[in-house]
Unconditional design. Structure first.
Length: 442
């Protein structure tokens, strides 16, 4: 309904937009905007006069207001919004909404054109736009979207996690409940995926669910419950994350069925991602492979949302395992694995801190699959050291666990035991007591 009303209003304002998300239309428009912006320095952009055309101002306001809906319902439509907002800003002048139009363009630049460096450059300019309009009340909201969707591709993930923690209070101070809750939600997700204390993450997820219920943020409750469910499995708790007043779904399977039947594939993908990540740590590779088969890749492709970026890593690990255990499907899984390596090789050039250990571990699994055990061993060891150096304790444990399987294959029980004990130590520090119990029993 929101989308239908949006298109109707935009047409009335003289800015008719096509809902067509055909790449043959979107990509030329993205390159056209990129070419237009290339003519401006930061100073030039900031010197563009303020927008005076009232109809164009309202068009900017409506496009800005639909962006959250676009992310959830139709992320492939975001480039259309971003390109139109930038076109109006460059032609008719700047408004405070231009900052969010530029941010959206930066995100699409990274996702579609793989130009993370230019996106990172322009995203720094967005705050200057708000300051020019004295719109300081929007700065916390802008910081939230900056750090949730792009900046972490260049800066340490732990730093972005810390920023998101403080964003929640700052946004709540200006009365934006929806974005304050969104900030808390992203902080929980970033904390878990960056290897922060699972005990603290569980407490925050639990508290956040109650706050979401109090503030009547129903959709957010379900998204948070999925992350909470992942954390509870890792720590070994039998608490039910869906036992929240007002929630009618008895478990995650019912939520997923509802999402699939209603066409909300973006949120459905989030659940598949959480399941794949969890299954990797618990060594449930067959189950992870089944979840990968159900993942809506046409929606997740190219996304720079953290969960989607991390999904590429865990999908790659599962792919190489499946290539070794499912010889009839070896080629299909190797293609997925090598695709993950290519993406992480590129991302590592943007942030060695965030992505080097993952790239090295994917390379190790690839070499293992090729039977090149000596080279694989070196890559595993390099990945373990990189994860330790960059403070990803959970991925250090995962790399040690995977290296142990190589030593087991080679019959080196002493090194296998040493690696397993190292992995157990990492998981203990992480707080993954449920994971520890599972793999020790196994």
């Amino acid at each position: 309904k929101a989308f239908d009303k949006f298109f109707e209003v935009m047409k009335q304002l003289g800015e008719e937009l096509s809902p067509n998300v055909d790449p043959s239309i979107i990509f030329p428009a993205m390159y056209a905007t990129k070419n237009d912006l290339s003519k401006y320095s930061t100073k030039d952009l900031m010197n563009i006069p303020k927008m005076t055309d009232k109809r164009k101002q309202w068009a900017m306001t409506f496009m800005d207001s639909i962006i959250p809906c676009v992310f959830v319902i139709s992320p492939l439509f975001l480039p259309t919004i971003a390109n139109r907002m930038m076109s109006l800003s460059l032609r008719y002048g700047l408004t405070k909404e231009s900052a969010f139009g530029l941010y959206s363009y930066c995100y699409c630049l990274g996702c579609m054109l793989q130009d993370i460096d230019e996106g990172y450059h322009w995203i720094k300019v967005t705050r200057l736009m708000l300051e020019r309009f004295n719109a300081t009340e929007l700065c916390p909201k802008l910081k939230l979207v900056q750090y949730s969707f792009l900046i972490y591709m260049k800066e340490p993930l732990q730093s972005a996690t810390n920023v998101l923690f403080h964003c929640r209070e700052d946004i709540m101070m200006v009365g934006d409940v929806e974005y304050a809750i969104l900030s808390a939600h992203f902080h929980c997700q970033f904390a878990v995926l960056s290897g922060a204390s699972l005990s603290n993450a569980e407490k925050e997820c639990d508290s956040l669910s109650m706050e979401m219920f109090r503030l009547k943020q129903t959709q957010s409750i379900l998204e948070n419950a999925s992350i909470h469910h992942m954390v509870l499995q890792l720590i070994g708790s039998d608490k039910d994350p869906f036992a929240i007043p007002g929630i009618t779904y008895k478990d995650e399977d019912e939520v997923l069925d509802h999402l699939e039947s209603s066409g909300n594939v973006v949120f459905a993908n989030s659940i598949y991602i959480h399941r794949v990540v969890t299954a990797c740590f618990f060594r449930r590779y067959e189950y992870a492979a089944d979840m990968i088969e159900k993942y809506h890749s046409e929606v997740g492709k190219g996304s720079l949302v953290l969960s989607a970026v991390m999904y590429a890593f865990y999908e790659g690990l599962v792919a190489f395992r499946m290539a070794r255990s499912r010889p009839n499907d070896e080629k299909k899984w190797l293609v997925k694995g090598e695709s993950a390596i290519q993406r992480y090789e590129t991302w590592t050039t943007h942030s060695e801190w965030n992505f080097e250990n993952k790239f090295l571990l994917l390379e190790a699994e690839s070499l293992f699959s090729q039977g090149n055990y000596d080279s694989a061993e070196k890559k595993y060891i390099a990945s373990i050291e990189s994860a330790r150096r960059h403070k990803f304790i959970h991925e250090q444990g995962l790399a040690l666990d995977l290296l142990a399987s190589l030593y087991k294959l080679r019959g080196d029980s002493d090194k296998e035991t040493e690696c397993l004990e190292g992995a157990y130590g990492c998981y203990e520090t992480w707080g993954a007591h449920g994971l520890l119990s599972h793999i020790r029993d196994e």
